[in-house]
Design a binder for this molecule. Structure first.
Ligand SMILES: *[C@@H]1O[C@H](CO)[C@@H](O)[C@H](O)[C@H]1NC(C)=O
Ligand SMILES: *[C@@H]1O[C@H](CO)[C@@H](O)[C@H](O)[C@H]1NC(C)=O
Ligand SMILES: *[C@@H]1O[C@H](CO)[C@@H](O)[C@H](O)[C@H]1NC(C)=O
Ligand SMILES: *[C@@H]1O[C@H](CO)[C@@H](O)[C@H](O)[C@H]1NC(C)=O
Length: 535
């Protein structure tokens, strides 16, 4: 559940970054000139349209549709276009006859007062096909108690229909291929039903499509080779889609959001995606996509969120891949079996806020370029094979707090010169401790150590020797120390953590457990909860 919530949070966050997203979930005003609609300026209706009447056949059709959703009250309204309920929109023709252009049902929010559906007996009346001027049809949570297929007769509505929203209605069965007849569709939203079968190839007839949302269904088969030049939103997340991402996706040149997450897609991410230069969000997480990440993605200089976690990418993170991502705010590569070093260039992304590289096989040290990641508010590098000093300064650590996750690495440590005293705060919760310091640290640091270990022999106040052999401030018994085979002047720490770093890390441990095991701190219950919230 927390997993879901965190996805939700991310979605909401992203929605804020992409204001255009919002308008697609509700009804789009198709003309962009809503003032022509009778429903909007209600006072204008009676003043300007004396003598106007609603087309009789359409009026009867509206009665049928209203009755089929349990809204029998509507039949008492002598003129539906003057009925002034939210959810019906009409427009006059040149003879001042009103035609129904939009019908909406369902309690979408507190602000919308569309007629609700009686879920126990609602269905879509075939009379819907008797509204030749209708552009928008919207049903939200209408048929949930009586699961039913999407009626194929909707295809008879023809090219006038621009927006078809059948959201969270509990529809079952396949998407009727007849919907391909709706060649004027700009918005098709079938989100969160129980639709199965494959995405009809007939959808390729939607040449003017701007938004396609088939997310949260049970669709199988592969993604057809669509090429919708005007498509801005493609959301197929949470289905059972297989096969690879079609190369033709590169022909959807207006795409701003592509979400194919939580499917069973395989193969590589096609190079052609790099041609989608308007992309703002790309979420391909939780599939079976393999690497490497195409370098063509580098061209996506509008991209704000790249989410690829939960795919067996199994390659190095290309060091040049992030040179041009000047808009990137969110980069999620968790659990992608990525290995090798963290490219320095990542830290130079000027707008990066959230970076998750956790649960991979990344090794080496955290690049020093991370010292200045001031914009970063969330960083996960936990569960990798990183070692060496953490380059961030105290302010960054303090600001991120629990959103900085570094635990379960081979040997990260904190370099005292970056501003901390002996109390590492949230860092020590991640099992991080001070690095061995072959060089003298700043006086301030020494001072602090000296005061906390008051009177302790072996602590030179000149800061030369750092032999902290005392267990005075730690109640637990001393841990076994790594055995030094070098004869350097390095002195060993006795700390509450078993994590050592720098030179001592490479040394064999006087312990029967394999070093890797031994260095892993048990994850606390609280952390586990937190971890399960990973996107
Ligand atoms: C779809 O359109 C074709 C003509 O292009 C027509 O013959 C057919 O009856 C239509 N079917 C539906 C269900 O809309
Ligand atoms: C779709 O689901 C129904 C049950 O709701 C089932 O009878 C049918 O076989 C399924 N079709 C496909 C293509 O999976
Ligand atoms: C990182 O791992 C790779 C193999 O995945 C290895 O070749 C390389 O030497 C390692 N680098 C470091 C710094 O440990
Ligand atoms: C550290 O403690 C060990 C035994 O616990 C002792 O043999 C050693 O002399 C101590 N070293 C210093 C520098 O205090």
């Amino acid at each position: 559940m927390s997993l879901f919530l965190s996805i939700l949070t991310l979605t909401l966050t992203l929605t804020l970054f992409i204001p255009t997203c919002l308008s697609f979930t509700v009804i789009m005003s198709d003309s962009g000139v809503p003032s022509a609609l009778v429903d909007a300026p209600q006072t204008g209706f009676s003043v300007n349209n004396n003598g106007a009447t609603t087309d009789r056949d359409e009026q009867q059709a509206v009665y049928d549709i209203m009755k089929a959703t349990g809204n029998d009250w509507a039949t008492d309204i002598p003129d539906v276009c003057r009925g002034r309920w939210h959810g019906i929109e009409c427009m006059p023709d040149k003879n001042n006859v009103f035609h129904v252009v939009s019908l909406s049902f369902g309690a979408l929010s507190d602000d919308t007062a569309f007629p609700t559906c009686d879920p126990t007996r609602s269905y879509i009346s075939p009379s819907i096909t008797k509204l030749p001027h209708i552009r928008t049809l919207f049903f939200y949570r209408c048929f949930t108690d009586k699961p039913q297929p999407i009626p194929p007769f909707l295809g008879l509505m023809g090219p006038t229909l621009q927006t078809l929203v059948l959201r969270e209605n509990g529809h079952v069965g396949p998407i009727p291929t007849q919907l391909g007849n709706l060649t004027g569709l700009r918005v098709l939203d079938l989100h969160k039903n129980n639709l199965n079968g494959s995405i009809p190839v007939s959808f390729s007839r939607f040449t003017g499509l701007k938004s396609l949302d088939l997310s949260s269904n049970k669709l199988t088969g592969s993604i057809p080779s669509f090429a919708f030049p005007e498509l801005t939103i493609l959301d197929l997340n949470q289905n059972h889609l297989t096969g690879s991402i079609p190369t033709e996706i590169g022909n959807c040149g207006s795409l701003m959001k592509i979400d194919l997450s939580r499917n069973r897609l395989s193969g590589v991410i096609p190079d052609s995606i790099g041609g989608l230069t308007s992309l703002i969000l790309m979420d391909l997480s939780y599939n079976s996509l393999s690497g490497p990440i195409p370098t063509s993605l580098n061209n996506l200089d509008s991209l704000q969120a790249l989410i690829l976690n939960g795919n067996p990418i199994s390659s190095m993170i290309p060091s040049t891949a992030f040179d041009k991502f000047k808009s990137l705010m969110i980069l999620i590569l968790s659990d992608t079996d990525s290995y090798g070093p963290i490219p320095e260039s990542i830290a130079r992304l000027p707008n990066l806020r959230i970076l998750h590289l956790d649960r991979n096989r990344l090794n080496g040290s955290i690049p020093t370029s991370f010292r200045n990641v001031n914009g970063l508010s969330e960083l996960r590098l936990n569960d990798n094979q990183l070692m060496g000093p953490i380059p961030f300064d105290k302010e960054i650590v303090w600001r991120m707090r629990r959103k900085l996750k570094l635990e379960n690495n081979l040997g990260l440590c904190y370099d005292g010169r970056n501003g901390f005293g002996s109390d590492l705060g949230s860092l020590s919760d991640s099992g991080i401790d001070h690095c061995d310091m072959p060089r003298p640290g700043p006086a301030q640091m020494v001072q602090h150590v000296a005061t906390t270990n008051e009177g302790e022999p072996g602590l030179a106040n000149g800061g030369i020797s750092y032999s902290m052999n005392s267990t005075a401030d730690h109640p637990h018994p001393p841990q076994p120390l790594p055995e030094t085979s070098s004869s350097s002047s390095l002195s060993l720490h006795q700390t509450k953590s078993t994590q050592m770093c720098q030179t001592s890390l490479h040394l064999p441990l006087k312990n029967t457990q394999p070093p890797h095991q031994r260095l892993r701190r048990p994850v606390s219950r609280r952390e586990e909860t937190y971890l399960s919230g990973v996107i």
